[in-house]
Design a binder for this molecule. Structure first.
Ligand SMILES: O=NC(=O)[C@@H](O)[C@H](O)[C@H](O)CO
Ligand SMILES: [Co+2]
Length: 409
């Protein structure tokens, strides 16, 4: 089944997305997500200039060979741009293969291992009343697991906190990238954050009870000893996970955190290959693998990574913010349904314009996601609608401490 065309479609309905559309001689098409928040054009160029010419004429059925070819023939290895480009090709080829087989992709991955995919939503608030409203709004939407992010006294702008309710007044969805020509500067103070957060979870637990699975994202901002301190302080509130508690390029740093706390740890949304996880998984320093299919080389690579994690009783916690497109999200859902060591799926709902451009067949019912039974991924891209939304520069903010030192955002 020869590849006769491969088009890179950059569109920006509610935010920027990079989609690869592969077409075969039989007229079958497959979609892959290559969106890398703030570096979308780098992936688009990597695909257009260096990958598409290699795809034309290839047999679309040879997915493993395509992956190995793109990973090894580039000579330069790993990194978010390369692995997002490889992911876009890989997911598009899996979409095609499943369509050719006339079945939803999860069936090719071993069939369903569960009836539904537990999702968690993003609640946030500048103060407790607003946070409680946001948690209630997400419970009303059916979410059964909730991530909690709040402002911190003395800090002006904190990651994950919607500064105003969205249009319908109920949603507090927070789009991390801002449509500005340059990244925005935000401020940070870890000691203020460490003093404030335990009290927030104390209040949330007393308001919402002990059962509700609660998650929190530290967003790479603590040193290992600060992460250990927070993990320990949050133990009475029985979190489902504490995410990105400390930057983990130095994977061994998590040994120190692990020594001090039993709060489950999730890491990896900024990682892009299994090598970023080797020590974390082998020494069971984490409990959840956070990578997105889109950033980690696609279904082929993510499946191998999660099977490696499964040997160490580590589960999936696939990244699912709005900057993972509906195509990348669908790929995650098919994998979530099929693997045994599923943990939880992040689910930030896309905006109305995005849902106009990407027609999806997944469902979200009573807290559980399901990819649907359409052949392939179950996502179609309306190219006319996509063309109405040209790329707009948009960037994630960065942090500086009070003395001006740049800090992890
Ligand atoms: O857990 N979710 C997150 O940390 C996200 O909100 C990331 O900051 C953005 O997706 C980066 O593009
Ligand atoms: Co995160």
């Amino acid at each position: 089944m020869k590849i006769v065309a491969a088009d890179v479609i950059v569109t920006s309905p509610d935010r920027n997305f990079v989609t690869l559309k592969i077409t075969t001689e039989d007229g079958l098409t497959g979609l892959g997500d290559g969106t890398l928040n703030g570096r979308e054009l780098s992936v688009a160029s990597y695909l257009r200039d260096h990958v598409v010419p290699l795809l034309l004429g290839r047999d679309a059925h040879r997915i493993e060979d395509a992956w190995q070819f793109l990973y090894r023939s580039a000579y330069w290895r790993r990194g978010p741009v390369t692995m997002a480009a490889i992911a876009a090709v890989d997911v598009a080829l899996w979409d095609i293969k499943a369509k050719a087989a006339g079945m939803p992709l999860y069936q090719l991955l071993g069939g369903a291992s569960r009836t539904g995919i537990m999702a968690y939503g993003h609640a946030s608030g500048r103060d407790l009343p607003e946070l409680f409203d946001s948690i209630r709004a997400h419970l009303d939407l059916g979410f059964r697991s909730i991530r909690v992010q709040t402002s911190v006294p003395g800090i002006n702008a904190v990651y994950g906190v919607a500064t105003q309710p969205s249009a319908d007044g109920k949603r507090y969805d927070y789009e991390p990238a801002q449509r500005t020509p340059l990244p925005a500067e935000e401020d940070w103070d870890t000691r203020a954050y460490l003093r404030h957060l335990p009290g927030v979870f104390e209040a949330v637990r007393s308001e919402f009870g002990p059962e509700l699975p609660l998650l929190h994202d530290g967003h790479h901002r603590m040193t290992p000893i600060q992460a250990a301190k927070l993990g320990k302080a949050l133990e009475p509130y029985d979190l489902f996970w504490l995410e990105d508690c400390t930057p983990a390029e130095n994977q061994e740093a998590l040994r120190l955190v692990r020594r001090h706390t039993t709060t489950p740890l999730a890491i990896g949304e900024v990682f892009n290959t299994v090598w970023d996880y080797q020590t974390l998984i082998r020494e069971q320093l984490i409990d959840y693998v956070r990578s997105a299919v889109t950033h980690t080389g696609g279904i082929t690579a993510m499946r191998k990574l999660l099977d490696f994690a499964a040997q160490y009783q580590i589960k999936s916690g696939i990244h699912g913010p709005t900057d993972i497109s509906p195509v990348g999200m669908a790929a995650a859902l098919h994998l979530d349904l099929a693997i045994h060591n599923f943990g939880i799926q992040e689910y930030m709902r896309h905006g109305a314009l995005t849902n106009e451009v990407f027609r999806q067949s997944f469902t979200f019912t009573d807290g559980y996601l399901h990819p649907g039974e359409q052949p392939g991924l179950g996502v179609e891209l309306d190219e006319e609608a996509a063309a109405r939304f040209p790329y707009q520069p948009a960037y994630l903010p960065f942090n500086r401490l009070q003395d001006g030192t740049v800090h992890d955002w």
